[in-house]
Design a protein around this ligand. Structure first.
Ligand SMILES: C[S@@+](CC[C@H](N)C(=O)[O-])C[C@H]1O[C@@H](n2cnc3c(N)ncnc32)[C@H](O)[C@@H]1O
Length: 488
């Protein structure tokens, strides 16, 4: 691991500890800190280390701290103050900040969330497109177990809200989604074949079942398609426990192994950003001539949909090819009158940005293009933000996800289990028990704060494939010699 060289310039900087840092007091003379990067072990400091941390309040320079703590033992394994001064401000640790001014926001107070965001963005900005097959390769071959995947590698809105929570009025995400689809009339004629694509661990299927009446599920089948084999058994287990007759297959949603017009309802929750992204050049866009067959396929979509890119096209840009392929597949496999709900983070217009996660990079979905394609295919579409659709109150306060990750690490090291969720304060206190009072520094965000998971960037696209209206059931009655046709 690299270390910072304490040059004259660095020594002249001032030092601020990260105020949002969660600290766990493990013993009378032992405190634990969690570096931002999970790959770096917990930092275990003694009282002298705690004093060094406390001294980082923007007053002293790094030079002053070095002269005071440099040779002192500050860590439980004999680490010196100098060693910590050489590590803690590095992005992978992000335990403190060295500079001439604290990071500011408009009102003048330190805006550490933004600093952390910048650090993370720095990781994203450096993220090269890891090959256009990278995402399908990663999911198909590099995920060896479902265990812990949504707790450590990536998490999702549906995972954070998989258990009933105050934040959703006592419901789970899956239940709330189902309730809102039902309000739209999607169960007026209950779907007989439901396909869920990219179902993760299967919580949405479980919760959907829990929110439906027995009649709504009568005779219905639930089919999972997922590119990641290890997830499918968890999907089947949860769906079957909830009462769905469920089957599942490993396949890529960009080419569904299903018959035409065989599905009534498709659920695709937080999966589009995992599908194939291609990096096109301005020149390819202008000439219509691509350098690879994949790029040609993307250009063909752009041409037939007549997609707009605005005046300022960057020299290279990301195009969401996979989601368009999936949309075409959705059209093909849905029955006339069938419906689909697609949920993902993304943008309304402009160019999609990468989002770096451990082991893989996902890409924002450009929804204007996706909606254009939906209409071109013949869908009737409705679109909005996810929180609006679910009527989530913007000022509910939930635990910072960064703090949840730190707490999980502390709990793991202390031999206690802790699930990553969007905890309200009382839910967190209940989950932590006696460990709660030994933690300091964890904080809560308004659920609408962009620094909390970017929930307001999530969108919902509702699609309906026009079809024959439901046939009225006609009964013929004979009244006074005349035959009347009545509808019920
Ligand atoms: C971010 S997770 C979302 C999981 C779950 N729907 C949730 O909300 O927690 C993406 C899911 O889509 C699956 N997936 C990714 N790319 C896929 C593809 N091209 N075809 C089918 N499934 C895919 C992953 O294996 C995973 O189950």
């Amino acid at each position: 691991m690299e270390q910072l060289t304490l040059t004259e310039d660095v020594l002249a900087h001032h030092a601020w500890r990260m105020p949002d840092m969660v600290v766990y007091q493990h013993g009378a003379d032992e405190w634990w800190l969690a570096p931002l990067d999970d790959a770096i072990p917990l930092v275990r400091i003694n009282r002298m280390g705690a004093n060094l941390l406390a001294a980082m309040d923007g007053q002293p320079t790094v030079g002053t701290l070095l002269s005071k703590f440099g040779n002192r033992i500050c860590g439980t394994q004999g680490e010196t103050g100098r060693f910590y001064l050489e590590c803690w401000s590095l992005p992978h640790y992000s335990l403190c900040y060295f500079g001439t001014e604290p990071p500011m926001k408009d009102r003048g107070d330190a805006r550490w969330d933004l600093l952390l965001l910048k650090i993370r963005e720095g990781w994203s900005a450096n993220a090269k497109l890891e090959g256009e097959n990278h995402l399908s390769e990663f999911h198909a071959h590099e995920i060896s177990s479902a265990e812990g995947h949504f707790e450590t590698i990536e998490t999702t809105v549906s995972h954070l809200f998989r258990e009933p929570t105050e934040a959703l009025g006592g419901l789970t995400y899956g239940r709330l989604l189902g309730r809102n689809l039902k309000k739209l009339g999607w169960w007026d004629r209950p779907p007989k074949v439901i396909l869920e694509v990219g179902g993760g661990l299967g919580y949405v299927a479980r919760e959907l079942a829990g929110g439906l009446a027995a009649d709504d599920r009568q005779g219905a089948r639930y089919v999972f398609i997922d590119i990641t084999r290890p997830f499918i058994s968890s999907q089947l287990t949860l769906a079957r426990q909830a009462g769905w007759p469920a089957t599942g297959a490993q396949a890529n949603a960009e080419a569904l192994p299903l018959r035409n017009a065989s599905i009534d309802l498709i659920i695709d929750n937080e999966n589009l950003a995992d599908m194939t992204a291609v990096k096109l050049t301005r020149q390819e866009l202008a000439s219509g001539i691509a350098t690879t067959s994949l790029h040609q396929e993307a250009l063909d979509w752009i041409r037939k949909l007549n997609l707009a890119f605005g005046e300022e096209v960057p020299s290279e840009f990301i195009f969401n090819l996979g989601p368009l392929r999936f949309l075409a597949e959705t059209w093909r496999v849905l029955k006339p009158g069938g419906r689909a709900v697609l949920v993902e983070f993304g943008i309304d217009q402009g160019f999609s940005a990468p989002v770096k996660l451990p082991g893989h990079t996902e890409y924002e979905v450009q929804f204007a293009h996706l909606r254009e394609a939906a209409r071109w295919l013949g869908f009737q579409e409705k679109y909005g933000t996810l929180p609006q659709f679910l009527s989530i109150k913007p000022d509910i306060r939930v635990l910072c996800t960064g703090a949840a990750y730190s707490i999980r690490r502390f709990c793991e090291a202390a031999g206690k289990s802790f699930a990553i969720r969007a905890y309200t304060e009382s839910e967190l206190n209940g989950a932590l028990g006696e460990m709660g009072p030994r933690l300091v520094g964890h904080h809560y965000h308004d659920i609408s704060d962009p620094a909390w998971f970017g929930l307001w960037d999530f969108k919902v696209l509702l699609l309906e494939k026009p079809g024959p209206p439901p046939r009225p059931v006609t009964t013929i009655r004979e009244v006074k010699g005349f035959r009347w046709g009545g509808m019920r």
